[in-house]
Design a protein around this ligand. Structure first.
Ligand SMILES: *Cc1c(COP(=O)(O)O)cnc(C)c1O
Length: 263
């Protein structure tokens, strides 16, 4: 896994948000930064969806986030997402996006409650999800995860494998394909981070030209607390932001990103 890199994701830059006022303040600040980034490149702010990422945040604070207007939350581990969904089932407008790598044997869990899944990276998983969704009579918005950084620790398809993968997806009618997702290099080198976003956008643009019927290729989920403005400048339509809303997490990301053995 990545060794933790000193980056904007340090506790000093992200003070903890514990009250409704803190959360409102941070959400407003992130939205203002989204607008400013859009303005710099002549994009409409409505083109960019902020997906608050709530991993490690407890139920009490998530209820405050909901009161502050968050109705769609991202979680990278499916068990944690499912437990929170169950605990907050009374909030009927609250929906969940699973944004982290998923083992095929957990497809059933995702199919049972999630509204969106952003880490599709194998046909085996697509098949398992589709079968479970058909059983539940549900469908799911999905993003194909691409490894744009070349880092061995990152999940996702190699860019050169995505076109052939996407051609297989019309077979899975319960999956509503929306676009691509990536995690940029975890690097203090801004040019290296930006190159990951450019790669994803170029790939999306090429795929869009001959996307199979019913396969959406408009969305680009890219950018997190440390790099979402760069991602927006390069075309992000979804930014996944945790720490800039909720405060710094105690441990580096490598701890939370599931591995094949763990999770
Ligand atoms: C945690 C996480 C994020 C958000 O990262 P922050 O640094 O909290 O903004 C985005 N995407 C994925 C896949 C994550 O696991």
């Amino acid at each position: 896994m990545d060794t933790p890199t000193p980056s904007p994701s340090s506790a000093a830059s992200y003070p903890p948000a514990t009250t409704l006022a803190d959360l409102r303040h941070n959400l407003d600040a992130v939205q203002a930064r989204i607008q400013a980034a859009c303005q710099r490149v002549g994009r409409a702010p409505e083109e960019v969806r902020l997906l608050p990422v709530s991993k490690t945040i407890d139920e009490a604070r998530l209820r405050l986030a909901h009161a502050a207007g968050c109705t769609f939350l991202g979680e990278n581990k499916v068990q944690e997402a499912h437990a929170k969904w169950q605990a907050m089932a009374d909030l009927t407008d609250l929906r969940w996006s699973v944004i982290g790598h998923l083992q095929t044997n957990k497809a059933k869990l995702v199919a049972s409650f999630a509204s969106e899944f952003q880490a599709l990276d194998s046909l085996r998983l697509a098949r398992a999800l589709d079968r479970r969704l058909q059983e539940e009579g549900r469908s799911l918005d999905v993003f194909v995860q691409v490894n744009s950084s070349g880092e061995a620790s990152k999940y996702g398809l190699a860019p050169e494998d995505v076109a052939a993968f996407v051609r297989e997806l019309p077979a899975f009618s319960a999956l509503r394909v929306r676009g691509l997702m990536t995690l940029a290099a975890l690097s203090p080198d801004a040019a290296r981070v930006r190159a990951c976003f450019v790669l994803l956008r170029d790939l999306r643009d090429r795929l869009r030209q001959d996307a199979p019927d019913g396969i959406g290729m408009d969305e680009l989920s890219m950018g997190m607390s440390g790099d979402f403005e760069t991602a927006i400048e390069e075309g992000a339509t979804v930014v996944r932001v945790g720490q800039a809303i909720f405060g710094a997490r105690a441990l580096p990301d490598s701890h939370y990103w599931p591995t094949e053995s763990g999770a």
